[in-house]
Design a protein around this ligand. Structure first.
Ligand code: SF4
Ligand code: SF4
Ligand code: SF4
Length: 167
């Protein structure tokens, strides 16, 4: 989807796809696609190697490859202003229905890898334990993603970054 078609879909109210996870500091969805030149500088700058290209050539973060340390190397290198240091990281983790613990299989792997101690488990009848991710404590770093044995950690945005103009 091009930025023009993204904008058209948004204006029609048909903007239903999950937003791609852009690198740290990404401005609003449409403003980002307008500003980003697809130069790849952010991907080359990322010491964790977690910034890839999507099908259209825009940078996209894969937390399955490692966690984001919020080092700002990607943001600092973006000359187009598509990544800005003052944009908050709005992604937060949650567990999908594939989670072992939600299906009565003992697992606390994500909790063991969360330095923020953002994950606790609520016991349910039948031996299930539902992982609960605290939105305030979770930084959205993704350290819990790769260790999950079934790939059950997914991310949603708690709010959209404002459609600010790149500077
Ligand atoms: S903030 Fe650092 S670790 Fe995170 S995507 Fe940017 S360069 Fe990579
Ligand atoms: S590591 Fe994955 S399977 Fe295990 S409790 Fe966490 S979300 Fe569930
Ligand atoms: S994304 Fe980071 S802070 Fe949030 S639950 Fe996972 S490891 Fe903890």
């Amino acid at each position: 989807m091009t930025s023009q078609t993204s904008r058209r879909a948004f204006l029609r109210g048909g903007f239903t796809r999950q937003n791609p996870m852009r690198p740290f500091g990404a401005i609003g969805v449409m403003a980002f696609e307008d500003a980003c030149t697809k130069c790849g500088d952010c991907a080359r700058a990322c010491p964790e190697g977690i910034v890839l290209k999507d099908a259209e050539g825009y940078p996209v973060v894969s937390l399955a490859r490692g966690e984001c340390t919020f080092c700002s190397a990607c943001t600092d290198t973006c000359e187009a202003g598509a990544l800005r240091a003052d944009t908050p990281w709005t992604w937060r983790a949650e567990a999908s229905g594939a989670c072992l613990s939600r299906n009565a299989v003992q697992c606390r792997t994500c909790q063991d890898h969360c330095d923020q101690q953002a994950i606790r488990f609520r016991l349910q009848p039948g031996g299930n334990a539902e992982p609960l991710f605290d939105l305030e404590t979770c930084t959205g770093c993704g350290a819990c993603v790769a260790p999950c044995p079934v790939g059950a950690i997914q991310f949603t945005q708690i709010h959209q970054p404002a459609e600010a103009s790149p500077c």
